[in-house]
Design a protein around this ligand. Structure first.
Ligand code: AG3
Length: 275
């Protein structure tokens, strides 16, 4: 019997994957968590039925959400990841030798535990001595830490339901205060194909708080439309014009210095959302 998983984040469109095996499925305090093995993308993490990451394409998202801000900042020492309990963003952050401490603030400890068990390729850096894990609410954590982080990465689920508070002006103001004087913030900000109004609203909210706000795109096959946006808010350093000629080489599969510049060149319909 064939078993198919259907992700239906978007009304009237869906993505389907043929499943080999369900490795874990449980209701946590916060959500329905599943890790399944699929034929086309390998093991996959789902939260409330929404695909979060897969073994086959996770590198795109994790490299871009980490390396764009970390290579933009001249000397990132303290980094905060809000959400991201799978550990993929932390793994990329810790490829930067300047980073002395990377804090993971994840609300659901089951996500961390199950990803450590079933997605070791992604969660491998969570045991690094420079990584500090804090299980709790990201909004509260950011509010209680002022002027502390050089880079803040918001690696959240979609902006509906539980993660709604992690998008929008009031949270971005808190992020601004949690950053050091030349700090940089980045968030995953959905697809402009299906959710242009969300992309536009989030961009405008960030732009109202940060002197420099930039949007870029990356190709992520397992997210709706495969065409995903990220928004960067920066106090001083411009991610698009930063000089990368002396930046160190790290091992990546998607990110390159050339792509760092090129990803900010937007198709017209996306550029229009930033006006
Ligand atoms: N965070 C979720 C990205 C949004 C996915 N949305 C969707 N599939 N509809 C990814 C967590 C990876 N660390």
């Amino acid at each position: 019997m064939d078993m198919w998983l259907k992700e239906g984040q978007i009304e009237n469109a869906a993505m389907t994957y043929k499943i080999k095996e369900t490795l874990v499925r449980k209701k946590t305090e916060y959500q329905d968590l599943a890790i399944v093995d699929t034929y086309s993308f390998g093991r996959m993490l789902l939260l409330d039925g929404i695909v979060q990451t897969t073994i086959k394409d996770e590198y795109v998202y994790h490299e871009m959400i980490a390396h764009i801000p970390l290579f933009t900042h001249p000397n990132p020492k303290k980094v905060l990841v809000v959400g991201g309990g799978d550990g993929g963003a932390i793994r990329e952050v810790l490829k930067h030798p300047s980073v002395e401490k990377a804090v993971l603030c994840e609300i659901d400890k089951e996500v961390i535990n199950e990803c450590k068990r079933f997605l070791p390729e992604i969660s491998c850096a969570l045991d690094d001595a420079r990584c500090e894990i804090f299980v709790g609410d990201g909004i509260k954590y950011v509010h209680e830490h002022k002027n502390e982080f050089d880079v803040i990465i918001v690696d959240s689920t979609d902006p509906f339901g539980a993660a709604e508070g992690l998008f929008g002006g009031s949270f971005y103001k808190e992020i601004y205060d949690c950053l050091t004087e030349d700090g940089i913030f980045i968030a995953q900000t959905e697809t402009p194909f299906y959710l242009p109004e969300v992309v536009k609203r989030v961009y405008n909210d960030a732009n109202a708080v940060f002197p420099i706000t930039k949007l870029f795109m990356a190709g992520i096959p397992t997210y709706p439309s495969g065409f995903w946006s990220f928004t960067v808010g920066s106090k001083k350093h411009d991610p698009e014009t930063v000089d990368l000629s002396n930046s160190i080489d790290i091992d990546t599969k998607y990110y390159t210095k050339k792509l760092h510049k090129a990803c900010f060149v937007l198709p017209k319909f996306v550029e229009d959302l930033t006006k």
